[in-house]
Design a protein around this ligand. Sequence first.
Ligand SMILES: [Zn+2]
Length: 312
Amino acid sequence: MKVTTATLLNQCYGRYAVPAVNVFFMEEVIGLFRAAQHWAAPIIVQTTPFARDYAGADMLVSMVEAAERTFPDVVFALHLDHGVESHITGAIGSGRYTSVMIDASHDSFERNVKRTAAVVRMAHEKGISVEAELGILAGVEDDLLVSAEKSFYTSPAQALDFVRETGCDSLAIAVGTSHGAYKFSGGQGLQFDILEEIGEKLPGFPLVLHGGSNVQSGVIKRINAAGGKLGEAARGVQDEEIRRAIPLGITKVNIATDMRLLWTMVNREFFRDRPEEFTPTTAGALYMEAYTDYIGTKIALLGAEGKAAEFS
Ligand SMILES: [Zn+2]
């Protein structure tokens, strides 16, 4: 059952968070919906513009719609992650998305407000909600690349003005996370004083955490033991940080890097351990199973297990 993103985020505020997972291909779509069904958790399915270009937007969204028919009990929303106006117009025009993100965080505050407000007007006309971003996360995601020097935290005072002036429905904030596998290189972790202050300025308003992956050192070690060469100093967001952030207003936690690492681990170990294999679906089935299990751990972490019942 598809619901609006705003419904999900307003419902869970302060109590639990909804996992927002970026999907790129069929195994991920199926793995995600299986997990949502098994743990009766609401989910947000996300597609980046990069994912839409990779599979073709219609192909990608059609896979999600096929999953909707296959798993009719799953409560989900469909979100365009990190869009600019050209992607957003397409996503809104298609009538298939429940929310879009306008990422104008790299612009000046004034220009970010202007671009976001224009998208909000366009989206709200069609009943679609809008996530905006204020502050800049460092790191790499698809074709986004931001150096640590160019990143900065969200200002709580600006956050209040921004939400008032744009009318956006949720806000992605920069409070110490980063995109990609090389997180927290400075080891500083989540900035709870800033998060708390933003929550106080915007009570009840859904906040979004990008770069919410954990980047488990055990996974990195297994990848490298199977021939990978990933940096072992990477540190993601720790589970206790996520748990602490939810009562402060984080309603949506974006997860992308952990799933990429999982794909790398499953496939590297598969080819190392089963050199006689050459059947793509054998590795694909292993990945789907591992994907479902891993999403299950995220659902438990965010407290979303069993919460689909709140929407039926
Ligand atoms: Zn992001």
